[in-house]
Design a protein. Sequence first.
Length: 257
Amino acid sequence: MANWYDHPQYFDMVFRDETPAEINFFQQAFKQYATRPIQSLLEPGCGSGRLVAELAGMGYEVTGLDNSQPMLSYLARRLRRRGLNANLVLGDMTAMSFPKLFDGAFCTFNTFRHLLSDKAAVKHLKSIANHLQSGGIYILGFHIIPLDADTDCIERWRASHGGTDVSVTLKVIDFQRRKRQEQLRVSIKATKRSGKIERIRSEFPLRLYTHVQARNLLESVADQLEIVGIHDFDYDIQEQREFDDDLTDAVFVLRKR
């Protein structure tokens, strides 16, 4: 058993194809929802830093925070190769402490669900609010569990880069709606150009949210962060979603009051 977050190169390969759509959405959201110019950005739970690097390359002042040193080290090397600069911080996304405020922040693809209690989630949201300039926005994306969710869910991806082929299987191995937690198993098979094969299996829990639970959570911090847009993982800025049972791949745009 290993932690797939200790293998940033494979983690990164799986999600890199999503980067252009996310970046395009961010830029549109900055224009549509922020009431201040966006220059400084924070990504809590930045992981391998595909978004940090892309935004830094576009001229934004980016800070990436993560609790995984292997991820941050991988990101630092990536930035050096591209001749880019970003502020990288090893830390806890529920107790952030920066000497400045940011114009915007973002956290997508379920990183938020690693916070396993409402207390931790609220602490994170309040910490974000305390580090945003008034009129700045926080783009928060995570899956919401429908009432008829398939508890035996299995997803598979394949990716290739630099002569390495990676196949990933994500399986729900335990689903407890009452405890609001699911246990996931990620199995990775990486075949190198040399023919060498590396296998990794990792398990970790994620917090479950129905649309009602997600709404209640966001309403608990509405005095600091107001919902100004609801979208989904299609990243279509023109398509507003309703906060209802049909919302499963949610992207919330929250603005600091």
